[in-house]
Design a protein around this ligand. Structure first.
Ligand code: AMP
Ligand code: MG
Length: 411
Protein backbone atom coordinates (compact mmCIF):
# COMPACT_ATOMS: atom_id res chain seq x y z
CA UNK A 1 0.00 0.00 0.00
CA UNK A 2 2.56 2.55 1.21
CA UNK A 3 5.12 1.52 -1.45
CA UNK A 4 2.80 2.65 -4.25
CA UNK A 5 2.57 6.20 -2.85
CA UNK A 6 5.03 8.90 -3.95
CA UNK A 7 7.88 9.67 -1.56
CA UNK A 8 8.44 13.16 -0.16
CA UNK A 9 10.85 14.24 -2.93
CA UNK A 10 8.57 13.00 -5.68
CA UNK A 11 5.49 14.71 -4.23
CA UNK A 12 7.48 17.92 -3.65
CA UNK A 13 8.68 17.89 -7.28
CA UNK A 14 5.12 17.40 -8.51
CA UNK A 15 3.90 20.34 -6.40
CA UNK A 16 6.81 22.49 -7.64
CA UNK A 17 5.74 21.74 -11.25
CA UNK A 18 2.12 22.56 -10.55
CA UNK A 19 3.22 25.74 -8.72
CA UNK A 20 5.22 26.85 -11.77
CA UNK A 21 2.24 26.18 -14.03
CA UNK A 22 -0.10 28.11 -11.70
CA UNK A 23 2.32 31.05 -11.36
CA UNK A 24 2.27 31.56 -15.15
CA UNK A 25 -1.39 32.51 -15.08
CA UNK A 26 -0.55 36.09 -14.07
CA UNK A 27 -2.17 36.58 -10.70
CA UNK A 28 -4.14 39.75 -9.89
CA UNK A 29 -2.15 42.77 -8.77
CA UNK A 30 -2.84 46.02 -6.91
CA UNK A 31 -1.02 49.27 -6.07
CA UNK A 32 -0.36 49.75 -2.34
CA UNK A 33 1.43 52.29 -0.14
CA UNK A 34 5.03 51.43 0.63
CA UNK A 35 4.33 51.35 4.38
CA UNK A 36 1.82 48.51 3.83
CA UNK A 37 4.02 46.56 1.42
CA UNK A 38 6.05 44.51 3.92
CA UNK A 39 5.78 40.73 3.22
CA UNK A 40 3.77 41.29 0.00
CA UNK A 41 5.08 40.03 -3.36
CA UNK A 42 6.26 42.60 -5.90
CA UNK A 43 4.35 42.48 -9.22
CA UNK A 44 6.47 45.05 -11.08
CA UNK A 45 10.21 45.54 -10.63
CA UNK A 46 11.59 48.46 -8.63
CA UNK A 47 14.09 50.44 -10.73
CA UNK A 48 16.66 53.09 -9.87
CA UNK A 49 15.20 56.49 -10.85
CA UNK A 50 18.68 58.06 -11.05
CA UNK A 51 22.30 56.98 -10.75
CA UNK A 52 23.14 55.60 -7.30
CA UNK A 53 24.84 57.46 -5.87
CA UNK A 54 23.82 60.43 -8.01
CA UNK A 55 27.14 62.17 -7.14
CA UNK A 56 30.50 60.90 -5.85
CA UNK A 57 29.80 60.43 -2.15
CA UNK A 58 32.19 60.78 0.76
CA UNK A 59 31.97 57.85 3.17
CA UNK A 60 33.89 59.68 5.91
CA UNK A 61 34.18 62.97 7.73
CA UNK A 62 37.55 64.36 6.61
CA UNK A 63 39.16 66.26 3.75
CA UNK A 64 38.60 65.79 0.02
CA UNK A 65 41.93 66.11 -1.80
CA UNK A 66 44.15 64.79 -4.58
CA UNK A 67 45.66 61.56 -3.26
CA UNK A 68 48.98 62.20 -5.08
CA UNK A 69 49.36 65.60 -3.35
CA UNK A 70 48.30 64.37 0.10
CA UNK A 71 50.41 61.21 0.01
CA UNK A 72 53.62 63.30 0.04
CA UNK A 73 52.53 64.75 3.43
CA UNK A 74 52.56 68.26 1.88
CA UNK A 75 50.54 71.02 3.57
CA UNK A 76 47.19 71.52 1.80
CA UNK A 77 45.23 74.78 2.30
CA UNK A 78 41.64 74.16 3.41
CA UNK A 79 39.65 75.85 0.61
CA UNK A 80 36.18 75.43 2.08
CA UNK A 81 33.77 73.12 3.80
CA UNK A 82 30.95 70.97 2.40
CA UNK A 83 28.22 69.21 4.33
CA UNK A 84 25.81 66.44 3.38
CA UNK A 85 22.98 68.07 1.45
CA UNK A 86 25.05 71.01 0.17
CA UNK A 87 24.97 71.51 -3.60
CA UNK A 88 28.12 70.44 -5.51
CA UNK A 89 31.11 72.55 -4.39
CA UNK A 90 33.39 74.47 -6.72
CA UNK A 91 36.26 72.43 -8.22
CA UNK A 92 39.19 71.77 -5.90
CA UNK A 93 42.13 74.15 -6.46
CA UNK A 94 45.64 72.64 -6.79
CA UNK A 95 47.44 72.14 -3.49
CA UNK A 96 44.22 72.43 -1.49
CA UNK A 97 41.70 70.30 0.39
CA UNK A 98 37.98 70.70 1.16
CA UNK A 99 36.66 69.87 4.58
CA UNK A 100 33.88 67.32 3.90
CA UNK A 101 31.26 65.46 5.91
CA UNK A 102 30.00 61.88 5.46
CA UNK A 103 27.40 61.72 2.68
CA UNK A 104 28.47 65.01 1.05
CA UNK A 105 29.26 65.34 -2.67
CA UNK A 106 33.02 65.19 -3.34
CA UNK A 107 34.16 68.33 -5.23
CA UNK A 108 35.39 67.96 -8.80
CA UNK A 109 39.17 67.43 -8.95
CA UNK A 110 39.34 65.53 -5.63
CA UNK A 111 39.99 61.80 -5.98
CA UNK A 112 40.17 60.76 -2.31
CA UNK A 113 38.94 61.69 1.13
CA UNK A 114 41.40 61.53 3.99
CA UNK A 115 39.76 60.69 7.31
CA UNK A 116 39.63 63.45 9.91
CA UNK A 117 41.52 61.15 12.31
CA UNK A 118 44.41 60.81 9.82
CA UNK A 119 45.35 64.50 9.43
CA UNK A 120 47.43 67.04 11.34
CA UNK A 121 46.19 70.66 11.43
CA UNK A 122 48.34 73.72 10.97
CA UNK A 123 46.82 77.26 10.68
CA UNK A 124 44.11 76.76 8.07
CA UNK A 125 45.94 73.88 6.38
CA UNK A 126 46.12 70.13 6.88
CA UNK A 127 48.60 67.44 6.06
CA UNK A 128 48.40 63.62 6.03
CA UNK A 129 49.70 62.44 9.42
CA UNK A 130 53.03 60.59 9.55
CA UNK A 131 52.60 56.83 9.14
CA UNK A 132 49.29 57.23 7.22
CA UNK A 133 48.85 56.58 3.50
CA UNK A 134 46.19 57.61 1.00
CA UNK A 135 45.35 56.25 -2.47
CA UNK A 136 43.07 57.54 -5.20
CA UNK A 137 39.51 56.36 -4.58
CA UNK A 138 39.86 56.01 -0.81
CA UNK A 139 36.62 56.82 1.08
CA UNK A 140 34.67 57.80 -2.05
CA UNK A 141 31.80 55.89 -3.70
CA UNK A 142 31.92 57.03 -7.36
CA UNK A 143 28.69 58.24 -9.00
CA UNK A 144 26.62 55.29 -10.36
CA UNK A 145 28.89 52.71 -8.66
CA UNK A 146 25.87 51.11 -6.95
CA UNK A 147 23.38 51.27 -9.85
CA UNK A 148 22.62 53.25 -13.02
CA UNK A 149 19.35 55.09 -13.66
CA UNK A 150 16.82 52.54 -14.95
CA UNK A 151 18.59 49.46 -13.50
CA UNK A 152 16.29 46.82 -11.99
CA UNK A 153 17.02 46.77 -8.25
CA UNK A 154 14.29 44.34 -7.13
CA UNK A 155 12.74 41.87 -9.59
CA UNK A 156 9.02 41.10 -9.74
CA UNK A 157 8.21 38.00 -7.67
CA UNK A 158 10.29 39.12 -4.69
CA UNK A 159 8.70 38.93 -1.24
CA UNK A 160 9.24 42.44 0.14
CA UNK A 161 11.46 42.73 3.21
CA UNK A 162 12.85 45.76 5.04
CA UNK A 163 15.85 46.14 2.68
CA UNK A 164 13.48 46.23 -0.33
CA UNK A 165 11.38 48.92 1.38
CA UNK A 166 14.56 50.98 1.86
CA UNK A 167 15.60 50.60 -1.81
CA UNK A 168 12.10 51.50 -3.06
CA UNK A 169 11.97 54.54 -0.76
CA UNK A 170 15.40 55.70 -1.99
CA UNK A 171 14.15 55.44 -5.59
CA UNK A 172 11.05 57.55 -4.97
CA UNK A 173 8.32 54.90 -4.78
CA UNK A 174 5.58 56.09 -2.39
CA UNK A 175 3.67 52.98 -3.51
CA UNK A 176 4.48 49.73 -5.30
CA UNK A 177 2.53 47.22 -7.42
CA UNK A 178 2.10 43.91 -5.58
CA UNK A 179 0.17 40.73 -6.27
CA UNK A 180 -3.24 40.47 -4.60
CA UNK A 181 -3.46 38.08 -1.64
CA UNK A 182 -4.98 34.81 -2.87
CA UNK A 183 -8.31 33.97 -1.26
CA UNK A 184 -7.95 30.61 0.51
CA UNK A 185 -11.09 28.70 1.49
CA UNK A 186 -10.71 26.66 4.69
CA UNK A 187 -13.26 23.90 5.15
CA UNK A 188 -12.98 21.82 8.32
CA UNK A 189 -14.89 18.55 8.52
CA UNK A 190 -15.77 16.32 11.46
CA UNK A 191 -18.75 15.38 13.65
CA UNK A 192 -16.56 15.77 16.76
CA UNK A 193 -15.86 19.48 16.22
CA UNK A 194 -17.37 22.31 18.26
CA UNK A 195 -16.57 26.06 17.95
CA UNK A 196 -13.69 27.54 19.95
CA UNK A 197 -16.10 29.46 22.23
CA UNK A 198 -18.12 26.41 23.32
CA UNK A 199 -17.52 23.67 25.86
CA UNK A 200 -16.96 20.30 24.22
CA UNK A 201 -19.40 17.55 25.21
CA UNK A 202 -18.29 13.93 25.72
CA UNK A 203 -16.13 12.82 22.79
CA UNK A 204 -16.06 16.30 21.26
CA UNK A 205 -13.10 18.61 20.64
CA UNK A 206 -12.77 22.26 19.68
CA UNK A 207 -12.08 23.13 16.05
CA UNK A 208 -8.48 24.25 16.38
CA UNK A 209 -7.58 23.56 12.74
CA UNK A 210 -9.72 26.38 11.30
CA UNK A 211 -7.86 28.93 13.45
CA UNK A 212 -4.45 27.33 12.86
CA UNK A 213 -4.88 27.06 9.09
CA UNK A 214 -6.11 30.66 8.90
CA UNK A 215 -2.93 31.71 10.75
CA UNK A 216 -0.71 29.62 8.45
CA UNK A 217 -2.45 31.08 5.38
CA UNK A 218 -2.09 34.66 6.64
CA UNK A 219 1.57 34.03 7.50
CA UNK A 220 2.16 32.71 3.96
CA UNK A 221 0.58 35.80 2.36
CA UNK A 222 -2.95 34.50 1.70
CA UNK A 223 -6.37 35.84 2.64
CA UNK A 224 -8.07 33.14 4.76
CA UNK A 225 -11.79 32.48 4.31
CA UNK A 226 -13.13 30.16 7.03
CA UNK A 227 -16.27 28.24 6.06
CA UNK A 228 -18.75 26.64 8.47
CA UNK A 229 -17.78 23.13 9.65
CA UNK A 230 -19.14 20.30 7.51
CA UNK A 231 -20.48 17.18 9.24
CA UNK A 232 -19.20 13.76 8.15
CA UNK A 233 -22.07 13.17 5.71
CA UNK A 234 -21.57 13.00 1.95
CA UNK A 235 -24.36 15.47 0.99
CA UNK A 236 -23.15 17.98 3.64
CA UNK A 237 -19.57 17.87 2.40
CA UNK A 238 -20.65 18.12 -1.23
CA UNK A 239 -22.81 21.18 -0.58
CA UNK A 240 -20.13 22.76 1.63
CA UNK A 241 -17.66 22.50 -1.26
CA UNK A 242 -19.86 24.42 -3.72
CA UNK A 243 -19.14 28.01 -2.50
CA UNK A 244 -15.41 27.23 -2.29
CA UNK A 245 -15.30 27.19 -6.10
CA UNK A 246 -14.97 31.01 -5.86
CA UNK A 247 -11.67 30.71 -3.98
CA UNK A 248 -8.16 30.59 -5.45
CA UNK A 249 -7.05 27.72 -3.19
CA UNK A 250 -9.06 25.21 -1.17
CA UNK A 251 -7.89 23.59 2.06
CA UNK A 252 -10.07 20.85 3.51
CA UNK A 253 -9.17 19.51 6.94
CA UNK A 254 -10.07 15.96 7.95
CA UNK A 255 -11.94 13.18 6.22
CA UNK A 256 -9.08 11.93 4.04
CA UNK A 257 -7.93 8.84 6.00
CA UNK A 258 -9.18 5.38 5.16
CA UNK A 259 -12.02 5.45 7.75
CA UNK A 260 -15.70 4.81 7.11
CA UNK A 261 -16.54 8.53 7.52
CA UNK A 262 -13.72 9.85 5.39
CA UNK A 263 -15.84 11.29 2.62
CA UNK A 264 -13.73 14.12 1.23
CA UNK A 265 -12.16 12.29 -1.70
CA UNK A 266 -15.49 11.06 -3.12
CA UNK A 267 -16.93 14.60 -2.73
CA UNK A 268 -13.99 16.04 -4.66
CA UNK A 269 -14.44 13.36 -7.32
CA UNK A 270 -18.07 14.52 -7.73
CA UNK A 271 -16.60 17.89 -8.76
CA UNK A 272 -14.52 16.09 -11.44
CA UNK A 273 -11.28 16.79 -9.56
CA UNK A 274 -8.09 15.59 -11.18
CA UNK A 275 -6.15 13.82 -8.41
CA UNK A 276 -2.35 14.30 -8.51
CA UNK A 277 -1.79 12.20 -5.38
CA UNK A 278 -3.92 10.68 -2.64
CA UNK A 279 -1.14 9.94 -0.17
CA UNK A 280 2.56 10.63 0.36
CA UNK A 281 5.19 8.51 2.16
CA UNK A 282 5.57 11.03 5.01
CA UNK A 283 4.81 10.99 8.71
CA UNK A 284 2.73 12.76 9.80
CA UNK A 285 0.45 13.49 6.87
CA UNK A 286 0.44 10.24 4.89
CA UNK A 287 -3.22 10.55 3.72
CA UNK A 288 -2.59 13.99 2.11
CA UNK A 289 -4.59 14.58 -1.08
CA UNK A 290 -3.75 17.09 -3.81
CA UNK A 291 -6.10 17.67 -6.71
CA UNK A 292 -7.22 20.36 -9.14
CA UNK A 293 -10.90 21.08 -9.74
CA UNK A 294 -11.88 22.29 -13.23
CA UNK A 295 -14.07 25.40 -13.39
CA UNK A 296 -16.03 27.05 -16.18
CA UNK A 297 -14.51 30.37 -17.31
CA UNK A 298 -11.91 30.27 -14.51
CA UNK A 299 -8.56 28.65 -13.86
CA UNK A 300 -8.53 25.30 -12.06
CA UNK A 301 -9.02 25.38 -8.29
CA UNK A 302 -6.03 23.71 -6.57
CA UNK A 303 -7.28 21.79 -3.52
CA UNK A 304 -5.63 19.95 -0.64
CA UNK A 305 -7.28 17.37 1.57
CA UNK A 306 -5.21 17.75 4.75
CA UNK A 307 -5.30 15.01 7.39
CA UNK A 308 -7.29 16.27 10.41
CA UNK A 309 -4.75 15.70 13.13
CA UNK A 310 -3.47 19.21 13.88
CA UNK A 311 0.25 18.44 13.54
CA UNK A 312 -0.41 16.55 10.29
CA UNK A 313 -2.43 19.50 8.96
CA UNK A 314 0.33 21.96 9.85
CA UNK A 315 3.13 19.83 8.38
CA UNK A 316 1.33 19.14 5.10
CA UNK A 317 0.34 22.81 4.77
CA UNK A 318 3.95 23.94 5.25
CA UNK A 319 5.43 21.26 2.99
CA UNK A 320 2.98 21.46 0.10
CA UNK A 321 0.01 23.87 0.31
CA UNK A 322 2.29 26.80 1.12
CA UNK A 323 4.16 26.27 -2.16
CA UNK A 324 0.96 26.48 -4.24
CA UNK A 325 -0.14 29.50 -2.19
CA UNK A 326 3.20 31.22 -2.87
CA UNK A 327 2.74 30.62 -6.62
CA UNK A 328 -0.80 32.05 -6.49
CA UNK A 329 0.66 35.06 -4.66
CA UNK A 330 3.15 35.61 -7.50
CA UNK A 331 6.25 34.54 -5.56
CA UNK A 332 9.11 32.83 -7.36
CA UNK A 333 9.80 30.49 -4.41
CA UNK A 334 9.09 26.96 -5.62
CA UNK A 335 10.00 24.99 -2.50
CA UNK A 336 9.47 25.50 1.21
CA UNK A 337 12.44 27.30 2.73
CA UNK A 338 14.38 24.73 4.75
CA UNK A 339 17.20 25.87 7.06
CA UNK A 340 20.29 23.96 8.18
CA UNK A 341 20.68 22.87 11.81
CA UNK A 342 22.48 20.32 13.97
CA UNK A 343 20.55 17.58 15.78
CA UNK A 344 21.00 18.10 19.52
CA UNK A 345 20.13 14.47 20.25
CA UNK A 346 19.32 11.20 18.50
CA UNK A 347 16.00 11.06 16.61
CA UNK A 348 14.32 7.88 15.35
CA UNK A 349 13.67 7.52 11.63
CA UNK A 350 11.54 5.15 9.52
CA UNK A 351 12.60 2.86 6.72
CA UNK A 352 9.72 3.70 4.37
CA UNK A 353 8.61 7.23 5.34
CA UNK A 354 10.18 10.70 5.58
CA UNK A 355 9.46 11.96 9.09
CA UNK A 356 8.79 15.58 10.05
CA UNK A 357 9.16 15.84 13.80
CA UNK A 358 7.98 18.91 15.76
CA UNK A 359 11.08 20.38 17.35
CA UNK A 360 12.52 23.44 19.00
CA UNK A 361 15.60 25.40 17.95
CA UNK A 362 18.25 27.21 19.94
CA UNK A 363 21.51 28.85 18.96
CA UNK A 364 24.62 27.48 20.65
CA UNK A 365 28.30 26.95 19.74
CA UNK A 366 27.83 28.92 16.53
CA UNK A 367 25.07 26.65 15.18
CA UNK A 368 21.31 26.29 15.18
CA UNK A 369 20.65 23.25 17.37
CA UNK A 370 17.37 21.41 17.03
CA UNK A 371 15.68 19.10 19.48
CA UNK A 372 12.34 17.27 19.09
CA UNK A 373 9.74 18.44 21.61
CA UNK A 374 8.60 14.87 22.39
CA UNK A 375 4.89 14.42 21.74
CA UNK A 376 2.05 11.95 22.20
CA UNK A 377 1.51 11.90 18.45
CA UNK A 378 0.02 14.13 15.73
CA UNK A 379 -2.82 15.36 17.94
CA UNK A 380 -0.61 16.66 20.76
CA UNK A 381 -1.18 20.42 20.63
CA UNK A 382 0.49 20.93 24.03
CA UNK A 383 3.76 19.60 22.54
CA UNK A 384 3.22 21.44 19.26
CA UNK A 385 2.90 24.73 21.16
CA UNK A 386 6.48 24.19 22.42
CA UNK A 387 7.79 23.65 18.86
CA UNK A 388 9.01 26.26 16.39
CA UNK A 389 9.91 23.99 13.45
CA UNK A 390 9.75 20.52 11.94
CA UNK A 391 12.99 18.57 11.65
CA UNK A 392 13.18 16.32 8.56
CA UNK A 393 14.37 12.72 8.99
CA UNK A 394 14.89 11.35 5.48
CA UNK A 395 13.32 8.03 4.51
CA UNK A 396 15.51 4.98 5.10
CA UNK A 397 17.37 6.26 8.17
CA UNK A 398 16.63 4.21 11.31
CA UNK A 399 18.15 6.85 13.46
CA UNK A 400 19.59 10.31 13.08
CA UNK A 401 22.50 10.69 15.51
CA UNK A 402 23.15 13.66 17.76
CA UNK A 403 25.56 16.04 16.02
CA UNK A 404 24.32 15.27 12.48
CA UNK A 405 23.42 18.07 10.08
CA UNK A 406 19.65 18.23 9.49
CA UNK A 407 17.11 20.29 7.54
CA UNK A 408 14.43 22.14 9.46
CA UNK A 409 11.28 23.89 8.33
CA UNK A 410 10.37 26.80 10.60
CA UNK A 411 6.85 28.08 11.20
P1 AMP B 1 -9.54 12.86 10.31
O1 AMP B 1 -8.42 13.24 9.41
O2 AMP B 1 -10.84 13.48 9.94
O3 AMP B 1 -9.66 11.36 10.46
O4 AMP B 1 -9.17 13.43 11.74
C1 AMP B 1 -8.12 12.88 12.49
C2 AMP B 1 -8.17 13.42 13.90
O5 AMP B 1 -7.80 14.79 13.86
C3 AMP B 1 -9.56 13.43 14.50
O6 AMP B 1 -9.79 12.29 15.23
C4 AMP B 1 -9.57 14.64 15.42
O7 AMP B 1 -9.16 14.24 16.69
C5 AMP B 1 -8.55 15.55 14.81
N1 AMP B 1 -9.18 16.65 14.10
C6 AMP B 1 -9.87 16.57 12.94
N2 AMP B 1 -10.29 17.77 12.57
C7 AMP B 1 -9.85 18.64 13.50
C8 AMP B 1 -9.97 20.05 13.68
N3 AMP B 1 -10.63 20.80 12.79
N4 AMP B 1 -9.41 20.61 14.76
C9 AMP B 1 -8.74 19.84 15.65
N5 AMP B 1 -8.58 18.53 15.53
C10 AMP B 1 -9.14 17.91 14.49
MG1 MG C 1 -12.72 13.39 10.54
Amino acid sequence: MTASLPGYAEAAALIADRAAWIAERNPRSEQIGLSAALARVLAEPVRADRDMPAFPRSTRDGFACRAAEAASHALLAVAGSIRAGDPLARPLPRGAAWEIMTGAAVPQGADAVVMLEHVEHQEGSIRLAAGRSLSAGDNIVPAAAEARAGDELIPAGTRIGPAHIAAAAACGYPSVRVFARPRVAILTTGDELVPVDSTPGPGQIRNSNAAMLAALVAQAGGDPWILPVARDEAPQIESALRPTLDAELLLISGGVSAGKFDLVEPALAQLHAHFHFTGVRIQPGKPLVYCEIPRKDAPVLPAFGLPGNPISSAATFLLFAQVILAALAGSREKTPRFDAAIAARDVKGKSDLTRFVPATTSFADGHTQVEPVGSQGSGDLAAFARADCFVMIPEGLDRLSAGSPVSILRF
